[in-house]
Each structure stands twice: as C-alpha cells, then as structure tokens.
Design a protein around this ligand. Structure first.
Ligand code: SF4
Length: 695
C-alpha cells in the first residue's frame, strides 16, 4: 500500500505550478549560501565554532535556561511555561483577552504554526494578522508555510497575483513591486491598530535576558514596538548562553538562509520600554514551549535541537527540491523536519518521514551548525522498526535481510544469485512491472546493470595485490579509478571540518580602513553614504535629502552630532520631535525622512547599531519612507564580534529596552523570489559619515 507521504509526493510531482516554483527557488538559495561564506576568513572554522556553541549549550541547557529566566524577569519580562501546545495557546489567548485586544499582529514564528495559534486566537475573539509578506500571502490563501525561511516558496507570481486580485484589490496587477506596495498599505493600518504583537524568537541570550529576532522586512520590529503588549513564543532550544555566542550564530544564520552576511534587521529586546523611552511595548511576555521537546533531552535525537532554522538543509535536499514542503504534512519539512516532526508528534504520526531521504548527506554538508541529520534519520528508522510502526511485510523483509547478513557466506551467495538473475531484467525494468508494493517502490527507478565483478571480488584482488607488490606510489594509485576515488574520498573527508577543536577566537578578515569598508558594505546592501569635508557640506546633503520629501514632515531623534533639526526648521521643514505616542505615530508614519544618530557601526557588514533611549525612539528609523543616520567615524568597529562587550555594557548601564542592528533597507523576496525594497520599513537608507573633528 502506498504510504501517505508517497501519495502527497505523487501529488506534488504532478503539480506543474509547484514544480515551476521549486525549480529555481531552492537552487538559487544554495548558490547564494556558498557565495556568502566566501566573505568569511575561515568558513569551516566558523561553522565548527557555531556547532560547538550549540553542543556546549545543550551540555548545560538547564543552567542556561535558569539564567535566562532570572535575567528576563530582572528586565521586566513575564515568563510563562507551556508544557504543551494547548497550554501555550491558552496563555497567549488569555494575555490578549486580559488586555481587551481584538487584533493581534504576528511576525513569522514556526513555533506559533506548530501550536496552531491562529485558530485559538480566533476562538478567543482576537483576529490574528500575519505580517511577514510570505505568511500574509498564505493567510489570504488559507495555506500553511512550505519552507522554514521562505514560507510561500511554493507559489508562483501568477498564483500570488490572482490571489491579490481576488482578496485585496481587483486591479492588483502582476508586478511584484506593486503587489508588495499593496501589502505595505494594508498591513500598516493593522500594525497601528493592533493591541497585541506576537513574535517568535531566533536566539534568547541567557546572560542578559535578551530576545533576538532575525528579520528582513521590518515587520518583526513593528510587531515588537507598536502594540502595547508584546508576546514572544519560543521552544526552549533557542537559548544561547552569551552575547558573543549569539553574534557568532548570527554570522552563520543569514549566510545559510538567504545568502546575506547579515539580515536587514537584528532586533534585541531586553524587556518592556523603560521610563522616558518614547515608544516600545509596556508589557513583554515570553512563553517557553516544551510540547514534546524535553523527552528527547539526553537521547539520540537531542542534536536536532542544535538547529537554528536556516532552511539550508531543505534547499540542499534532493527530495525537498522535488516535492516541496507540504508533502511532509508538518510545519517542519525537509531533512530536519523529517527528524523534528516524529520527535514532536510521535513515530506513529510522522515516523514515515525518516524514510523520505536518500541519505546522501547533502543536508549535513549544507548545515551551518553541522547537524548530523543522516545519523538521526537512520536512528529514527531503527526506532520505527523497534516500535514496529512499519508494516508487517516490510518488517518481515528486514528480519530476513538481518538473518542473512549474519551469515556472510549466505549473504555473498544471495548477492551472486541476485546479480545473475537481475542481468536479463536490468535496463528493461519499467514502472509497474513488479507486483504490489514492489511495483510502487520500483516506480521511477531503473535497475542498473549488475557489475561483472562484485565489490568483494575486487577487494580480495586488491588485497592480494598489496601483499604481492610493494605499496604503490600516489601517482600509480591515480592511474586506477579505484585509486583516484579513494584519494578524493579521503580529501573530501578532510573538507568536512577541521580535525582540531575549533578555536575560541576565530580568524577574521582584515579591515585596514574601517570607514572605507563600512561605506563599501553599506552601499553593497543598497544604502548611500555621504562623506562631507565640512559642516556646510553636511548641511547641504541633509537639506538635499529632506527636500526629496518636501511637503512631508521630517522625524528627528535627539542627541544628534549635528544641529540637524535646527537646519531643517530654518529651511522651512516641519520637524517631528522624538515622541511616538498616539497621534504622533500617525504623523510619524506620514514622515518622509527619519533622522537618527548611531551608537556604533560595523565595517565588515555595513551595519548601524541603535540602542533605544529617551532621545532615541525605535520608530524614527522604521516608520518614515527613508532613514538617515549620522555616524561618527570613530564609532565604527571592524567586526560584528566587537559589538559583544559594547552591547553588554549598554544593557548593564543605560538599560535600553531594545538594541537594533540595521543593515540596509527593509526588503523581501517572498513574491516569486523577486527582491523588493521597503516592504514594511524604509525603502531607502542613507548615512552622513562624519570625519573625526567635524562633529
Ligand atoms: S538542520 Fe542545519 S541546515 Fe537544517 S535548518 Fe537546521 S540549522 Fe539549517
């Protein structure tokens, strides 16, 4: 009998739209991933270090979770434990009800998909609105995500355009940019009206009690800033002990997911808004989800918790590339999903997914934290056999194989017989020629012609040759196919990771001129840098930029290194002060240019770092059409890793409720993988880079 997975896979193979959508998508992600790692000094050492961080975290996961909870509470976050999906749904719906919320905006969260949160919110009278562009498309279509990072990967441009024409605007058209602009307009209203914001968590930093979100569109920032209440939901595996370790994982996650050095936004939330801060939620809750995870701690599948949900294994997997994510019938599809789904839902429900793999190892090869997925798939298959969740026929077949394998002579004889019998069939075996379940198995397969000499024969011959003759030189080995393959195999094994333990301090690319490198990287992600030689030039740049949105107000943070507000007022611009409440938020949303300072900037990635504070609202770099940052050259650090001690110092000292890393404009590729700017946040980003002594 055909298994449910096979039936779903057959439907996927017969769906021309899905095949068209999958065709370019997964392959393009794979190419971008390989290119992105080229910009690191030691890609293998970086990945080995990331793996080590995840491995060590789970050696003492209980201690790290205790530290995390203590520091979250210290920062003013209310922590809730949810042993299962029902408890998590109840907690979140209860918080929303308590605050009288009728509308909840959500940023992408696989954990919320796992617990089917939207249905529970609707039952509780709260309308959930997905705000990630891909998730919004799926909500309109009544579908579920098919990929960890690109949830609407399975949809073609024509399908999205038809959906928008039916559900959003009959004149929506087929231009991805226009479709994205429609989504921006529709969702802006929802953000401004929502009572509750619900997000996932990429990393939860134990030492500071900080919840981190890795996003590109800016919806994560809006969800965690505009509503009065922010509820974060995460499986306990998202804990990371220290800031530096989170920054190392940040160096591999976007590279593996979308081929970016870093995403447009890395949002670090440490509690609700502080007294004096003009924006941010008044309450922050964390729902810590178990839902079947803890029974695997210390077991053979614990390594699956090392996963940082980048989706690279899905892109690399030949099965996923062919049938897409929905064939797995689980929120977690692809190779890691084939392990996670049975872990969370049980072998009975999802164990068959372990067989949906060729065990080629491409998933582990692609994984930034080197999760040994093939090993776990094999163990999962073993567990299915042990629990007898496989069919009787299959079990009988494997028992017979095991009995024969324990008798080497019989095993060899049976293979000789099979080879002899198979010869007339090979090349002529077609779909359906075999009876029953064997016919289904043979569908799409071709029986190769059996080798004239078996592996065992060739091995014996080789051993005899080695005894008779002196060891062959490498050059002589190269002349035989076996010798060459052997050498390649040994070399490939070396390429799987450094043999020595990874160093604590990773080698980093040299940055001899940080301001020049910052400018190069900032412009590479779509920004524009001005480097004025005098205050007059700086003023002229500022007025020229603001003039592009003449007639619209300019939003101004305080404590800037230039008298920018004064210059703009003198030139007749309306200037909005650093406040974002009530009507102020609508005014801010209508602003053309938002002007902020910048605590630090990172040369190697072109990143701006903006801690929140009384003078530094979160929204000024988010709601206006364009964002301008005034950056002093001496605040540029060479590498992302240099931010660790600085951010730690800020969290301990000024205690910002949010530290925001910004790298380029808001962006999305959720419509047919076409890159569009300004989906939720600013379309354009500018920097006036001030030389030493000018400010
Ligand atoms: S298993 Fe590895 S490659 Fe797959 S999603 Fe997780 S981190 Fe990415």
């Amino acid at each position: 009998m055909t298994s449910p997975f096979n039936r779903r896979a057959a439907l996927a193979l017969a769906d021309p739209h899905l095949q068209q959508a999958l065709g370019g998508g997964t392959g393009r992600f794979g190419e971008l991933r390989l290119k992105a790692f080229e910009s690191t000094a030691a890609p293998l050492a970086l990945r080995a270090r990331a793996r080590e961080i995840r491995r060590r975290t789970f050696e003492e996961v209980g201690r790290h979770l205790e530290t995390l909870m203590a520091n979250l509470r210290r920062a003013g976050v209310e922590v809730h434990a949810a042993p299962d999906a029902e408890a998590a749904r109840g907690i979140i719906a209860g918080i929303a009800r308590r605050h009288g919320a009728k509308l909840a905006v959500k940023s992408k969260s696989m954990a919320s998909e796992e617990i089917h949160l939207n249905e529970a919110l609707e039952k509780a009278g709260v309308r959930p609105v997905e705000t990630d562009l891909g998730e919004w498309i799926l909500q309109l279509a009544g579908e579920t995500p098919s990929h960890l990072v690109a949830p609407a990967l399975h949809k073609t441009l024509d399908q999205v355009a038809d959906l928008f024409a039916r559900k959003v605007d009959p004149g929506a058209g087929r231009d991805p940019e226009a479709l994205t602009a429609l989504a921006r307009r529709a969702l802006r209203q929802e953000f401004l009206a929502a009572g509750v914001g619900i997000s996932g968590v990429n990393f939860a930093i134990a030492e500071t009690g900080t919840l981190c979100l890795v996003t590109n569109e800016g919806n994560g920032r809006l969800v965690t800033t505009l509503p009065r209440v922010h509820i974060a939901l995460m499986g306990f595996e998202k804990v990371v002990p220290t800031l530096e370790e989170a920054l190392t994982l940040l160096a591999v996650l976007p590279r593996s997911a979308t081929g970016q050095k870093i995403t447009s936004y890395f949002t670090m939330v440490t509690g609700p808004r502080r007294p004096g801060e003009p924006d941010g939620p008044e309450e922050v809750h964390l729902v810590l989800l178990d839902n079947g995870r803890s029974r695997h701690l210390g077991g053979p599948f614990q390594e699956a918790f090392h996963c940082i949900r980048c989706g690279a294994c899905q892109n690399a997997c030949p099965v996923f590339q062919t049938v897409g994510g929905h064939a797995y019938d689980s929120v977690y599809g692809g190779p890691i999903g084939a392990v996670l789904s049975p872990m969370l839902r049980g072998l009975e429900a999802s164990g068959e997914l372990a067989a949906a793999s060729s065990l080629c190892g491409a998933c582990q090869e692609a994984c930034p934290v080197l999760v040994d997925i093939p090993r776990m798939l094999i163990e999962m298959r073993g567990a299915r056999v042990a629990q007898r969740t496989i069919g009787r026929g299959e079990a009988l077949l494997f028992r017979a194989a095991a009995w024969t394998m324990r008798r080497p002579a019989l095993w060899e004889l049976s293979f000789r017989a099979l080879s002899w019998l198979g010869r007339p069939l090979s090349g002529r075996l077609k779909a359906g020629w075999l009876p029953g379940a064997l016919g289904a198995w043979a569908k799409g397969r071709e029986l190769p012609f059996p080798a004239r000499r078996s592996f065992r024969d060739r091995w014996r011959e080789r051993q005899r040759g080695r005894k008779a003759a002196p060891a062959s030189s490498p050059a002589a080995e190269e002349r035989t196919p076996e010798g060459m393959v052997d050498r390649l195999r040994r070399q490939a094994a070396l390429g799987h990771g450094p043999a020595a333990p990874p160093p604590d301090t990773l080698p980093e690319v040299e940055v001899p001129d940080p301001p020049a490198r910052f400018q190069h990287e900032f412009e590479a992600v779509g920004g524009k840098v001005f480097r004025p030689a005098s205050l007059e030039e700086a003023k002229a740049h500022l007025l020229e930029l603001a003039g592009r949105w003449r007639g619209r107000p300019a939003a101004m943070s305080g404590g800037l290194p230039l008298p920018a507000a004064e210059w703009l007022r003198e030139a007749g611009f309306e200037v909005l002060p650093p406040s974002g409440e009530g009507d102020g938020r609508d005014r801010l949303a209508a602003a053309g240019l938002g002007v902020t300072g910048c605590a630090w900037a990172v040369a190697e990635t072109g990143t701006l770092v903006l801690p929140s504070g009384g003078d530094s609202p979160r929204l000024h770099s988010l709601l206006p059409e364009a964002h301008l940052a005034l950056v002093r050259e001496e605040t540029i650090v060479p590498h992302l890793s240099a931010l660790g001690p600085r951010i730690r110092g800020a969290i301990a000292g000024e205690r910002p409720s949010c530290v925001q890393l910004i790298t380029g404009p808001s962006r999305s590729a959720d419509i047919a993988l076409t890159l569009i700017r300004g989906v939720h946040g600013p379309r354009e980003v500018y920097v006036i880079l001030l030389p030493r002594g000018l400010a």
